[in-house]
Ligand binder design. Structure first.
Ligand code: GLV
Ligand code: MN
Ligand code: MN
Length: 425
């Protein structure tokens, strides 16, 4: 499906669309910041809905806040094909994470139209609500809801100001009760397949000089909150050998978490993202410090052991300082494998266009994790300059994106008529 004339038109459209969408950002924040529930995000989604309509899609916002554009197929009774991604960003983020999957999907719709190709199935292009993790500590809000994974307890989560997720939805114009009672895309509504175009967000494709990656699996994520309790004492008089300093125990834990990722047998990473001192007086030995961190890997066996390894290491190091450590864990998502069938069809599409590719695991999480609960799932990666992402320097050239769009379009065509084994996740 690769042809130079349409590639030029698609390049111009994509370049312009990425530029226009990046204009919806919070001017008080660094980079391109368009966080879920923010005003720039609200404004941008009206623009995105307009782009969907211009591409010929029937558009609605569902009860979970997902923007869904439908390209009717010749057999609307057949389970739909789904593609898309997200248009929210992290604070201080870039212009391409998620955006490439939403605008790229619209580019694929344009390619199909230019070639006069009609799919038999409905094609749904989804801009999922709030993929990035937020102050409520929950990523992928929209895709979780579609997969039936968003719960009433989730809506009671609060941010650091005590505001609930339900209140955030309400302020954004989404009714939390309607959201919880809306039917997920399970049962009769299960899609035929889901495929998502995304930037790699890491250095592998660029380092190997490859224009395309076909995702094999998406990392699992274990999140940790550790509380360190020591003794509040005068910072000027308490002898060094007689302290129970919670900050020192937390600092030891930062190094223990780093050591965990460094010891991973294959892809494994671990990060402490936040330390909070509940006793921030400048002249008191810290007595209560809270640490937030995460461990990721596509290796389930290694990831399954991280809780007990870190519990022993962190508690041991804290005890040496007379500090108690209390660890609480949550699984943000388990490791999710891409369906072999979708990987194979994406590979056939790349091969047919003469585009070199490599199988690649994803260290970032995606809406695809939740769509994999519903349907065979696959992802197509395009390179990220310098492997940079979640920062203003994030960059993928228009021609690199266009390459991904062509493979996405051809993968959708192939999926349309393929007999697929149902989702196994
Ligand atoms: C989202 O981009 C994540 O991987 O946390
Ligand atoms: Mn993303
Ligand atoms: Mn992201």
């Amino acid at each position: 499906m690769h042809d130079a004339a349409t590639a030029a038109g698609l390049d111009a459209w994509l370049e312009n669309a990425v530029g226009e969408l990046s204009g919806f950002s919070d001017s008080d924040r660094p980079g391109w910041t368009r966080e879920v529930f923010s005003e720039p995000y609200r404004a941008s989604r009206a623009w995105t809905a307009g782009q969907m309509r211009k591409a010929g899609l029937e558009v609605h916002q569902d009860a979970a806040g997902n923007l869904v554009g439908r390209l009717p197929g010749t057999n609307p009774a057949a389970p739909a094909l789904v593609t898309g991604s997200h248009t929210d960003t992290v604070d201080g983020g870039g212009r391409f994470d998620g955006v490439v999957g939403v605008l790229g999907a619209l580019g694929a719709v344009q390619l199909l139209a230019e070639r006069g190709m009609k799919l038999q199935r409905d094609l749904l292009v989804v801009d999922f609500l709030g993929e990035e993790s937020n102050p409520f500590g929950l990523s992928c809000l929209g895709s979780r809801a579609l997969a039936g994974e968003l719960t009433a307890a989730d809506l009671e989560r609060t941010d650091y100001r005590g505001r609930s997720l339900a209140a955030a939805y309400e302020t954004f114009g989404i009714d939390p009760a309607a959201l919880l009672s809306a039917a997920p895309w399970t049962g009769e509504r299960r899609p035929h397949a889901y495929v998502e175009l995304h930037i790699e967000q890491g250095p592998v494709l660029e380092e190997r000089g490859l224009p395309l990656g076909i995702v094999t699996a998406i990392t699992g994520i274990e999140r940790l909150v550790a509380s360190f309790t020591g003794s509040p004492d005068h910072a000027g008089t308490r002898p060094m050998a007689d302290r129970r300093d919670a900050m020192v125990a937390a600092a030891e834990a930062v190094l223990a978490v780093r050591q965990e990722g460094c010891g991973a047998p294959q892809h494994g990473v671990s990060t402490v993202t936040r330390l909070e001192n509940a006793s921030p007086a400048p002249n008191v030995v810290p007595s209560l410090v809270r640490l937030h961190g995460e461990v990721r890997s596509v290796d389930e066996t290694w990831l399954a052991g991280t809780r007990s390894r870190l519990a022993a290491e962190i508690a041991g190091r804290a005890a040496a300082h007379g500090v108690e450590a209390d660890l609480s864990w949550s699984t943000d998502n388990t490791v999710v494998r891409a369906a072999d069938s979708v990987q194979d069809l994406a590979a056939q599409a790349a091969d047919a266009a003469g585009i070199p590719w490599a199988p690649i695991p994803s260290g970032a999480t995606h809406d695809a994790v939740h769509m994999a609960r519903l349907a065979p799932m696959g992802m197509i990666f395009v390179p990220s300059a310098g492997g940079r992402s979640h920062c203003p320097e994030e960059f993928t050239s228009t021609s690199q994106i266009t390459t991904g769009v062509h493979v996405l379009a051809d993968t959708l065509v192939r999926l349309d008529t393929a007999h697929l084994a149902p989702a196994t996740s």
